[in-house]
Design a protein around this ligand. Structure first.
Ligand code: BJW
Length: 233
């Protein structure tokens, strides 16, 4: 019974859930940044080749967080988590903090967080709300420099063991606002398989759409609150 309040739920979100808050998605027509595709700035090779460009890209994105707010879809997922008595895990590919600010707590940022840094010398992770550059020292070891706390192409996404454990056991898997271009997240629905209810909520069918048992097409701020109301009965 996937609608029972004690069912085990895993929810995956992507850039589409933050689009109506004013954050650009990656693969939309306006998804370029200064004529660079995300694949040209979000790799360890790009960081080695042109660190200033990559620091600037993330400094701008970090600053833009101050101008946006969680929307009705983020808030509905936080409400669902509070009302839910079964296992609940929200996995986001987004590096923004809109789920955190909406009140979600059982939340994993599998591609990292804009408001954190990682020291290239001691590898410690730390909260980092301001700009960074190649001279930013690490406050923990005194060396550094620090880099954005971002999982780039070719790097291992975070918390994969916890995510696959939850996927193995879930009764309901929901994917919201993600295009299905980027793995391993695009393969989560296949990992769940047909034994659980799988549902995609997106503005258009994703590349992974045929692997879901159900799909609803529309805006996240409309579909997500309506689906949450349905689940909570
Ligand atoms: C709305 C909406 C509204 C709009 N309402 N909806 C060949 C085959 C298979 C895999 C590979 C391959 N070659 C290389 C790989 C692996 C590679 C990969 O997937 N590459 C592909 C491009 C082919 N992946 C990796 O390298 C990953 N690591 C890895 O695989 O390690 C090995 C491993 C193996 C096995 C297990 C575990 C690990 C790392 C991926 C790192 C991704 N990083 C980025 C950048 C992060 C930082 C940053 O923000 O700068 O993460 S890339 C970028 O894409 C970002 C996103 O999180 C990610 C996903 O994008 P998302 O969220 O889906 O956004 P969009 O824009 O694509 O889609 C938005 C959707 O919303 C659209 O569908 C819209 O319609 C919809 N939408 N408005 C509802 N209002």
């Amino acid at each position: 019974m996937t609608s029972a309040l004690n069912a085990r739920v895993v929810i995956l979100t992507g850039a589409g859930i933050s689009a109506e808050s004013g954050l650009r998605t990656f693969r939309a027509a306006d998804g370029l940044w200064e004529n660079h595709r995300v694949e040209d700035v979000a790799t360890p090779q790009a960081f080695q080749r042109n660190p200033d460009l990559v620091y600037r890209f993330y400094n701008e994105r970090r600053r833009s967080l101050a101008t946006v707010q969680p929307n009705a879809a983020h808030l509905a997922l936080a409400r669902l988590e509070q009302a839910w008595s079964g296992d609940f895990l929200l996995v986001t590919q987004n590096v923004d903090d809109l789920h955190d600010r909406a009140g979600s707590r059982n939340l994993l940022h599998m591609h990292g967080e804009l408001l954190k840094a990682q020291c290239l010398a001691c590898r410690a992770d730390m909260v980092w709300p301001g700009d960074m550059d190649r001279d930013s020292p690490c406050p923990i070891c005194g060396h550094g420099p620090v880099r954005p706390h971002i999982v780039w192409f070719g790097e291992m996404p975070l918390e994969m063991d916890r995510i696959y454990q939850a996927l193995d056991r879930c009764d309901l898997f929901l994917a919201i606002g993600t295009s299905g271009h980027v793995y391993p997240a695009a393969g989560f629905v296949e990992a769940v398989g047909p034994r659980a209810r799988t549902l995609e909520l997106n503005l258009e069918p994703s590349l992974a759409a045929s692997a879901f048992l159900e799909r609803r097409i529309g805006k996240a701020t409309e579909l997500v609150p309506a689906f949450v109301e349905e689940l909570l009965g």
